[in-house]
Design a protein around this ligand. Structure first.
Ligand code: ADP
Length: 169
């Protein structure tokens, strides 16, 4: 075995700050809001241990919805999807934590609720793909772009959660 000095081992250990840096954009779509699922959805991210760093309720314009779903332009459901996203209040949020982008997608489940596993948000709470109640960024670049689209920098709240020392070693 190779014994490394403690200082080297420490320098290789990811810091809590590094873990905290990962953020993802999560939105409860108008169907989730209308069906009274706001608290149910927030509860699942909160109890996992992720930290809420931004939240607001708004009705996005059609143009805003089109910008958000820009990569889906040309798909047959694009217009209906953007009409739907702009049809009522949306809860826009930023959640922070180690691995939150990828694991957040696991909590959400597959795009079509027909394929979402039981235990996931879409698996437990939705039936059709066009009414799948929640959006979550699908990767680090998308997360960065979506957070910047939906929030001003000053709307992101930096704070230390007391739970962090019990969530991360
Ligand atoms: P996800 O939301 O899981 O990242 P996509 O980015 O592929 O999925 O699609 C965005 C949203 O468009 C989906 O959440 C869903 O509401 C809607 N959508 C995707 N595919 C279809 C489809 N075949 N018919 C209707 N709506 C769809």
């Amino acid at each position: 075995a190779i014994f490394l000095p403690a200082a080297v081992l420490l320098s290789q250990t990811p810091t809590l700050e590094a873990a905290e840096l990962e953020r993802t954009f999560i939105a409860i779509k108008p169907d989730g809001v209308q069906r009274g699922l706001i608290s149910e959805i927030i509860h699942r991210f909160e109890r996992k241990g992720y930290k809420l760093v931004a939240i607001k309720l708004l009705i996005p314009s059609k143009e805003f919805a089109e910008t958000h779903y820009d990569d889906l332009r040309g798909r047959p459901f694009f217009n209906g999807l953007c009409d739907f996203l702009s049809s009522g209040p949306v809860v826009a949020m930023v959640w922070e934590g180690q691995g939150v982008i990828k694991y957040g997608r696991k909590l959400i489940g597959a795009t079509s609720p027909h394929n979402s596993e039981p235990g996931t948000i879409r698996g437990d709470l939705a039936i059709s793909v066009g009414r799948n109640i929640i959006h979550g960024s699908d990767g680090p670049e998308t997360a960065k772009a979506e957070i910047a689209l939906w929030f001003k920098p000053e709307e992101l709240v930096n704070y230390t959660s007391n739970a962090e020392k019990w969530l991360y070693e």
